[in-house]
Every structure is written in C-alpha cells, then in structure tokens.
Design a protein around this ligand. Structure first.
Ligand SMILES: [Zn+2]
Length: 142
C-alpha cells in the first residue's frame, strides 16, 4: 500500500506504440516518493513485458502499476493468452532476445499468475531503501 500514489491501470493498445504509451503511463503514475531510483529498471521491465504481450499475447491487455512503499513497486501485464512466457530459448549472450531473462535480472521477484481467460506476468522492482526516502517530498496534485 502506498499513501502517496494510487495504483493505476492502462488498457494497452496492441501495436507498435504500446511500449511508448506504457512508458508515458509510468511517467504519469510512478511513485517518486518510494521508488524514484527504481524507475530505469521499471522502464526496461515494462517495455519487455508489454512487447511480449504485443508479440505473443492476445488482446485485451492491461498494464498495472502498484507501489507498495518500501517493499517495492509491482508492475503487471495481463492479456488473454493463457501461455506463460518462458526462459527456454534465452542464453546469456542472446542480446537481441533477452526477453523474460532481462525481467528476471531486474526484478526483485516476478512470476506468472494464470487466471480464467488469460494470465498476468508481474514483476516486483525494489524501491528506494527506507533511509533514502526523502522526507516531506510530495507529488504535485493532479
Ligand atoms: Zn509509493
């Protein structure tokens, strides 16, 4: 739970603009109080999860963002294809197709939750350590 930034969700348009839209969504809804330093990882993870959904998933797809304070930020991409992404085809030097291996490296934890009619691939990215959280910094009201 985050007292500063509410959880947010974005309906993904399943085309080549999806990753750019997703990063703009992070710009608008990111919790800078708890997770300012985790933003670069989140950009990479979200880009990967969203492009996976666009390439291999089935619409409709949704991106969710949820800050849990010091426990980190959870991003998730749900789509209507029940097949989970896999590490199978990835080798350490496969720079072009890092896929879910990149998510694995950048996430504190990640997983795939199947649900009726599809799945959610989620990643928890560690936010700022509690001692580093700036006091009194507030997001401007939107
Ligand atoms: Zn927060």
């Amino acid at each position: 739970m985050c007292s500063q930034t509410p959880a947010a969700a974005l309906d993904l348009v399943m085309d080549a603009t999806a990753s750019r839209r997703a990063r703009r969504f992070l710009d608008e809804h990111w919790c800078t109080v708890h997770a300012a330093s985790a933003r670069p990882q989140a950009d990479l993870v979200v880009t990967e999860l969203v492009s996976n959904a666009v390439r291999h998933g089935a619409p409709p797809a949704t991106l969710t963002l949820d800050c849990a304070g010091a426990a980190g930020v959870t991003v998730g991409v749900s789509d209507a294809d029940p097949h989970a992404p896999t590490l199978r085809h990835v080798t350490p030097d496969a720079l072009g197709g890092r896929g879910i291996a990149l998510v694995d490296v950048l996430s504190e934890d990640w997983g795939v939750d199947p649900h009726p009619g599809g799945k959610t691939v989620w990643s928890r990215i560690l936010g700022d350590v509690p001692g580093d959280v700036p006091g009194g910094e507030e997001l401007p009201a939107r």
